[in-house]
Every structure is written in C-alpha cells, then in structure tokens.
Design a binder for this molecule. Structure first.
Ligand code: GLN
Ligand code: ZN
Length: 759
C-alpha cells in the first residue's frame, strides 16, 4: 500500500483557539495549565484526524507555541543570553519571541529577537541569534512528550525536525566577523542526542526538513550537508524534506547524503519530478508533495492519479504521497464556511480536506476501484469551474490581452510632469504628509463591524464614516500638514477592502492562517476574472477633499500587493491576475482624478516579498510586477501626482525596479536605519521624489523636533532637498491619537525649521 502522510497540520485550531488561549495567558488572565490544555486538545484533534483518515503516519512535533524555528531554538537550549535565566521554559520562549516588558522584570526590558518571513510565505519566524560562544544542549522535552502522547493512540508516529543546516542558515550572527557555519559540529552533537532519543522512543521515520536546499546556497553551505548527515546518522530513518521550490540543481549533493528518502514539492516546482525520479538512489523512498499545502483549491485528483500511475509502476512501495509542504499555510476546515455562494464550496479544500485528498489519491493509486471513481467525481466541480462563464469574463480577458502590447508608461516623463504638478499643487519645500491610515479607535472598528453584521444601514454607516473623516481632516489641518489623507477608517485591512469591493474575489468566515505568534490573517481568494463594477474609494476621498483647501491624497492598494496577500487562482498565471487588478485600479485612478483628486497613492508594500526564491527568477517577476504597477497609474494625467509606498529596508536588490515604477513620489521606511537605506537611492541616482520616513510608527515613542531635523538633514546629504518629502515610516492605524498628533506636530515643526535653512 502506498505510504501517505502530511508534513504538518495547522496548530492554531479550527476557530483560532490557540490564538485566544495565548493572548489570555499573555494578559495574565489564565495560567499555564489552561494554555497547555488548549494546546493538547488541538494536537489531539489533529492526530485523530490523521488517524481517522488512515494516513500511514501521524505527524508529531509540528506544533509550535509561537513558530517552529523558535521551538527548535528551545529544543536545542539555544536562547539569546539576555533571555536565558536558568532552565528554559515556556515563558523563556515567549520572552524571546515577544521581548520582556519593563513592568514584568522591573528592569530596562529585554528586546525580542528579530522576526522575519518564512521563505516566500506570509508566515514568520523568530530569527536565531548566533555567536562564537554558543552551545547547544537538548533541554526542552516538548518534542519527546508530544511523540509520547501521539503514540498513545496511534501506531506510527513520524516526528518533524527542522534540519541542522536550515536552522543555522535561517539565523544570523550577532558577533562581528563571526561565521555561524562554524557552529555546525557543536550543533550536530545536539542533533545526535535528539536522534538517540527518537530511537529510544521507537520512532521508525523522522522528517528532517532542509528547505534551504531549494535556495541557491553558497558552496560552503551546500558542501556541509554530506558530513552533517553522516554525523547524525542513527537507526531512525530520515526523510530529507524540501519544499517551496525545485532542488534539481543540488541533486548531485543530495544524492550522496546518508538519508533514506527525499520529499519534494511538486506543487511549487512540478518540473523537478522527472529529474529527481531519474536520479533517485535505489534504496530511497520518494515522497511526492502533490497536494498543495499553500493554496485553498480542491485538488484535481483525477489528473494527479494519471500523473502518478506510471511513477507508482516504477517505484512501487518506494513512492509516498504527501502534501507539498506543511498545511500550516492553509486555512483549517472548509466545513465551517456557511456563506460561500451556491455551487462554489466544492471548488475549495482546506487543511482538513487536504488530508483526505492525500488518502483518496493513494488508495486510487493502489488500484482501489471505488477510490478511482471517487477521484474522478471529486475533480468534476473544479474542471467545470475552469470553463464556467462566471469565472471567465471575455471583456476582462480582451483588455488584458491588449495590455500586453503597451508598456504602461505615463503620458509624459517625470521631468515634465513635475512642472505641471508644481503649478497645480503649490507645495512648499519639504512638503509634509502621512502614509494613509490614522488611528483605528474602538469606535471606528465597532462602526465597521456593526455595518458588516448588517446592524446598521449604509446611510448611518456613511454618516458615521464621514464624521471620522471630518475629524481626521481637522486634526491634520490643525497639525499643519501639507498633503492630507482621509484616514482609511472604512478599511479593516488594505487588501481585504479592495477584495470586497472588486468582483472576482471570495472572502471566507474562518479561513485564518497563522502569520506569526498568535497573529493570523484571513486572505481573500481570487476566484474569477477581476473586474471593478463601481468606484471603490471615490466617495470617501471626494468627501474628504470637500472639507479642505489642501490637497487630499487618494489611497489605493497596488496590484502586486493585492496579489501577494490573497490566495491566487491556479488556472491563470500570477501575472494575469496582477494585470487584471492593474486595469481595475487604472479605472479607479481615472475616476479619482476626474473627481478632483490631484494626488493618488498606490501602495506596494509587498512588491519585494513577492520575489521568487531563486535569483534567476527575479527578473521575470520584477518585469511583470513593475508593469502591473505602471498600468494602474497609466491613466493619471501629467498633473496628477502618483505616490507609492513601501515599508521595509532592503532596497539594494530591487532599486532599479523601484525606479522603473516611475512614481512621482515614493515614501519608504528609513527612520530605524538612520537614513542608511537612502544610500541605495543615492548611489542609483534615484530620479524622482522621495519621502524617507522620519517617524518610526512601530514604536510609541514620540520623535523630537531635533531628532527629525537631523534625519532630514542626513537625507538631504544624499538626495537633493527639492526632491525630499517629510513623512512617517508607515500608516498610523495602530497608534493612538495622542502619540500621533504629538509626533506629527514635531514633524511639521522640523520641516518648517529646515525650510528656512534650505531656502
Ligand atoms: N496606506 C496604508 C496605511 O497607511 C499603507 C499600509 C502599509 O504600507 N502596510 O495603513
Ligand atoms: Zn507601510
């Protein structure tokens, strides 16, 4: 019988039980026993589900209190010195992940470790910190306890372990001139100890994950694999697990490793399957990750069966069937959704459904006639979906096809546009503005929620929103800002708002996916060709403009960001989706400018994170991403000023693409890096206007006038002052009004002081 398994299951619980339990515990409203009970119920459910579906293995060790890299740090007893007091426990883990507040320790408070994105997903992990004195000691029994618990009711338990090289690679050095790879021998001793324990527990297979094998690894790293896997060899069989991209280039190295099988992701990189099969060592199993763990679509089991049958013939018992990656990246249970439109529910599959997809596919592969029939029937709705007129809109498709002939350029170059804009906008030197959102008070959120629940009608909702807008505009005028915004009170989230207002998206009730710690996101799903039926932001922006004689900045989310933060269709390319979004936004830009809005910001904070894992794929992505952005702005007249906004700090790699967007003004996050980030723009001779953030909105601290002034002066050393704007790092939705007004007032004062100096 074909062996089946999943790489991991969501740990947040069907209705985000873990989130609520964690937050309660953090607030001091519950104790560890209650928190641990919630976690243990979730794990038990997850194991029962896998057992009931008759998977060959039940996966353990995939649970995490915060994220699984931080969990690995605890397992290895590897905690930053500032957080290590005595034997690491659950509170140690939370301190590393969240920092220690002053109130708690009665000291100055110790900072959390950095957090960063897990490869190209929206899940994040706490970055391990390495220095030369580090030691590793298996000191956290959670993994072994979990295996024990899982073994109570299940025959075969397969633990998951993040591999030693990936663990090292994903961390960072915190000591000058130190190379973390030199820690490998010490680390391997700890892994030996872990594997010895697994052996004692009677574990037959362990899933050791080395996702970094899908990157373009530096030679010394790749060359370290062989010895590492020799050193940790034990009687426990190792399934070397990779995902998110192809490992074909590294096969020469991989083939030589002392492991017993290989897992590859054929949802992300189907092209690697043939090469891998051809070169697979004879005694290895091949776990084929065919059920996509990162998207919400029902699998076409019928076509997968056709594809895998010859492979089954060839590999026999050595073929395993699996999800492409951990299901932690999919929502939990489709059955909870009660509001999906008629006839669309059977297009989707969440984690729970994917477990059964794995099992049905394997049964069909083993020749079970019932299962074959089931696979054929099961695939019918999605095959029909691809042809449905509800999904395919000829008008949209025609427009996208025509788009491919254009270059998306504005009607005049920047040097010309800037003259027209100066005439119309009459802005001072160093104009001040904000990034869009203003504090989302409880009142704002309650009003939105009431409208969503249908507790209030649109007219009362609109009246309430107008009141928020008016208040926001008045406060900005009082502060003395030059370019105002309406404040985004109507938006719960910068992507969800557009997904709800465009046709072609489906939102869910419970489609939550973990982002970091207790935080979850609920991405919308692109289900059909995307169209704008009606203006989406014009009413709010024109109302706001009617209240002031200062320029009001319209506020849109860019095509690439909407794409990156939603679940895409799989029957068209990401480029196509981006182009459809771009055209919808282009119409919104037209309507805004026709309604008298002279400045329009198109936010693209996600453009960098959409980069493919491999360098060689970057150019193709950036080409279409840049074009999609340009297309959204292409309807702007020369006198309409287009802004864009990006909030992160690594621009070097993409600076030419950022310039190619040809936005009249770009606002970026720079305050924390002390303007160093501007070096990239200076070296590149960035031609248009820039607003380097001078107020770190992530912190409650109020920046002083002097602090802001020195930042602006630093910026002016790098960028001609005529092309500089003064603004915060990002939107202000998470701040309160008091901090916001005090900070912005300092920002305006600083800009005014420097205007005198520079003119
Ligand atoms: N306009 C958005 C805001 O101000 C931008 C948010 C972001 O960059 N993530 O909230
Ligand atoms: Zn931002």
């Amino acid at each position: 019988m074909t062996v089946t398994h999943i790489l991991g299951y969501p740990r947040i619980g069907e209705k985000r039980e873990l989130k609520f339990a964690l937050e309660k515990y953090w607030k001091g409203e519950s104790d560890q026993a209650a928190l641990k009970q919630t976690a243990s119920d979730i794990k038990q459910n997850n194991w029962d589900l896998q057992r009931d579906n008759e998977l060959s293995f039940v996966t353990a060790g995939d649970f995490a209190w915060y994220d699984h890299v931080l969990g690995t740090s605890l397992l290895l007893g590897h905690v930053p010195k500032r957080h290590a007091n005595g034997f690491p426990d659950l509170d140690t883990l939370f301190r590393v992940g969240r920092g220690q507040s002053q109130a708690h320790c009665g000291c100055s408070g110790e900072a959390a470790s950095d957090m960063t994105k897990w490869f190209n997903t929206n899940y994040h992990y706490i970055v391990p910190e390495f220095s030369s004195q580090d030691s590793f000691q298996v000191s956290w029994t959670q993994l072994f306890d979990e295996i024990n618990d899982a073994q109570q009711n299940n025959r075969s338990v397969k633990p998951v372990l993040l591999g030693p090289l990936s663990y090292l690679y994903l961390g960072k050095e915190v000591e000058e001139g130190f190379d973390r790879l030199t820690l490998l021998p010490r680390l391997l001793t700890a892994y030996q100890a872990i594997l010895a324990k697994l052996e004692k527990l009677g574990v037959e297979w362990v899933q050791i994950e080395e996702p970094i094998l899908a990157l373009e690894l530096p030679k010394p790293w790749l060359n370290s694999f062989k010895l590492a896997y020799q050193v940790i060899r034990s009687d426990v069989k190792v399934l070397l697990t990779t995902y998110f991209d192809s490992i074909a280039e590294s096969l020469d190295v991989i083939k030589q490793l002392s492991v017993d099988g290989l897992h590859i992701d054929v949802a992300a990189a189907p092209e690697q399957l043939d090469v891998v099969v051809e070169q697979l060592p004879e005694e290895w199993v091949l776990s084929v990750g065919t059920i996509n763990g990162r998207n919400v679509w029902r699998a076409n089991l019928h076509s997968k069966l056709q594809q895998l049958q010859p492979l089954k013939q060839k590999l026999g018992e050595r073929l395993w069937v699996a999800t492409s990656c951990s299901l932690l990246h999919s929502p939990v249970d489709l059955e909870l959704e009660t509001k999906l439109p008629e006839g669309t529910k059977n297009w989707f599959s969440f984690a729970k459904q994917k477990v059964s997809e794995v099992q049905w596919l394997a049964r069909a592969l083993d020749g079970d006639e019932n299962a074959k029939q089931y696979c054929a029937q099961y695939s019918q709705p999605i095959i029909e979906r691809e042809r449905s007129t509800w999904v395919n809109k000829p008008e949209v498709q025609k427009r996208v096809a025509a788009l491919l002939q254009t270059n998306g350029d504005r009607s005049a170059p920047y040097v010309e546009r800037t003259h027209h804009q100066k005439e119309i906008l009459k802005l001072p030197l160093l104009p001040t503005t904000t990034i869009g959102s203003f504090p989302q008070t409880a009142e704002v959120r309650q009003t939105r929620a009431a409208y969503k629940r249908n507790d209030i009608e649109f007219s009362s909702y609109q009246t309430a929103m107008h009141a928020f807008i008016k208040d926001t505009v008045e406060r900005q005028e009082a502060t003395g800002l030059d370019v105002l915004v309406h404040g985004e009170a109507e938006r719960n989230d910068m992507v969800e708002y557009f997904a709800e207002n465009l046709s072609g998206f489906q939102t869910t009730q419970f489609g939550w996916v973990q982002s970091y710690g207790s935080r979850c996101v609920k991405p919308a799903i692109v289900v059909a060709d995307i169209e704008r039926d009606k203006p989406m932001t014009v009413e709010w922006s024109t109302y706001a403009q009617s209240l002031t004689s200062k320029p009001m900045k319209g506020m849109l989310t860019g095509p690439v960001t909407i794409l990156c933060w939603t679940f895409p269709r799989e029957d068209v390319t990401r480029e196509t989706i981006a182009n459809q979004l771009a055209l919808a936004l282009q119409d919104e830009v037209s309507d805004l400018q026709n309604a008298g809005i002279n400045i329009i910001q198109i936010d693209e904070p996600a453009i960098r994170e959409g980069l493919p894992l491999k360098q060689r794929d970057h150019k193709a992505y950036l080409d279409w991403a840049v074009k999609a952005f340009k297309v959204s702005a292409a309807s702007a007249k020369p006198e309409t000023q287009i802004h864009t906004h990006m909030c992160y700090s690594e621009f070097n790699e993409i600076i030419d693409s950022v310039a190619a967007l040809d936005a009249d003004v770009i606002t970026i996050e720079t305050s924390r890096s002390n303007m160093e980030l501007l070096n990239a723009f200076e070296e590149f001779n960035y031609p248009n206007e820039i607003g380097p953030g001078v107020y770190d909105i992530h912190s409650p601290n109020i920046p002083t006038v002097e602090w802001i002034e020195q930042l602006i002066e630093k910026a002016a050393e790098r960028i001609p002052v005529e092309r500089l704007w003064v603004n915060p790092d990002c939107g202000l939705k998470t701040r309160n009004w008091e901090e916001t007004e005090a900070s912005l007032s300092n920002l305006v004062t600083a800009a005014r002081n420097l205007r005198q100096k520079f003119s």
